[in-house]
Design a protein around this ligand. Structure first.
Ligand code: UDP
Ligand code: MG
Length: 167
């Protein structure tokens, strides 16, 4: 089944200069990248992205981690990968959540670590299933930032909005 999945290269991946390595590994899947950007992560976006973790004792540390506060890299690289069995293919390559349990040749197994505070710094995020992929892609991207039509859209008229343009 043709699917789409959200991939984030987390701040530790950026700080460790792993962007190229990670993209090379992901290219083994032969999936297509249909959206990509470097973006800052607001507190609201981070909390929404990890809303399923909000009762965990490490939630606040997780928010600091994804916002780049632990790595002095206040950004992530966000992408949408698209193609046959995209969710499982990327999840397989990423490896298990805990980098110590992840297959050593998976991305997380090769590059991840556990901090002394107990957070798994696993360099990459990827959606777990179709529902999570839809929720996350809609959270991180606007329809016009994705070059294929993944989900239904509507056009609305927005008045009096401000927009930054080149001078
Ligand atoms: N995490 C952690 N400790 C845990 C579980 C999760 O530090 O015991 C972090 C880890 O960075 C993980 C993120 O929280 O990637 C989100 O957790 P989730 O269970 O959604 O794992 P994922 O989908 O990223 O494999
Ligand atoms: Mg998850």
């Amino acid at each position: 089944m043709v699917e789409q999945t959200l991939v984030l290269i987390k701040p530790d991946g950026l700080k460790k200069s792993l962007t190229g390595n990670i993209l090379t590994r992901l290219s083994e899947t032969k999936l297509e990248i249909v959206a990509a950007k470097i973006t800052r992560v607001t507190r609201e976006l981070a909390q929404e992205h990890y809303s399923h973790m909000k009762d965990k004792p490490f939630f606040e540390e997780l928010i600091r981690y994804i916002r780049g506060e632990l790595h002095q890299r206040r950004k992530v690289m966000a992408m949408v990968y698209w193609g046959e069995d995209a969710i499982n293919k990327v999840r397989q390559l990423a490896g298990l959540t805990n980098p110590e349990e992840a297959d050593p040749v998976s991305i997380r197994g090769a590059y991840g670590r556990i901090t002394t505070k107990g957070v798994y710094e696993n360099v990459i995020h990827t959606s777990r299933d179709k529902g999570e992929a839809e929720r996350e892609i809609k959270l991180w991207f606007k329809p016009e930032e994705i070059i294929v039509d993944l989900y239904p859209t509507k056009t609305i008229e927005v008045n009096k909005t401000k927009q930054k343009v080149w001078t």
